[in-house]
Ligand binder design. Structure first.
Ligand SMILES: [Zn+2]
Ligand SMILES: [Zn+2]
Length: 137
């Protein structure tokens, strides 16, 4: 799969098709993306190639671990994060990839900060907090 930021200065190539999206409602994802949830592709770090020079910002996440988030310093697109619960994975912003190429959501996390009027996606495991606490809805 090939994706890019809005200005196309940064390109992302994923060599494995992810099986499902993660939907994350955490406060950090809200502020990082400017949207009320992040739709993320989980990708092993050795399966993604980044071309260009992303900017990065690290903080302690809603889940209590240090997460570094990368973005395009030119156009501002949110790109991916690394260093959360599964440090060998990139969590890549799904909207960087072309329409109709994405798998359906499989996990929804940090529901404790989801807007009350949002609807749950069918077939997703859910968690009020982090991915380690997933349960059937
Ligand atoms: Zn850009
Ligand atoms: Zn999040």
């Amino acid at each position: 799969m090939d994706g890019s930021c809005l200005c196309r200065g940064i390109k992302l190539r994923i060599d494995a098709k992810p099986e499902a999206l993660h939907v994350c409602h955490c406060i950090d994802c809200r502020q990082f993306t400017g949207a009320i949830a992040a739709f993320l592709l989980p990708v092993p770090r050795d399966k993604m190639t980044v071309t260009g020079y992303p900017s990065g910002y690290a903080n302690t996440s809603d889940g209590g671990v240090t997460v570094k988030r990368f973005f395009c310093g030119n156009c501002g697109s949110s790109l991916y994060d690394v260093g959360g619960q599964e440090p060998n994975m990139y969590y890549v912003q799904a909207g960087l990839f072309p329409p109709r190429t994405l798998p359906a959501p499989g996990k929804e996390i940090f529901l404790r900060s989801a807007e009350a009027w949002t609807i749950r996606y069918p077939g997703c495991k859910v968690s009020q907090t982090e991915v380690k606490q997933l349960v059937d809805p």
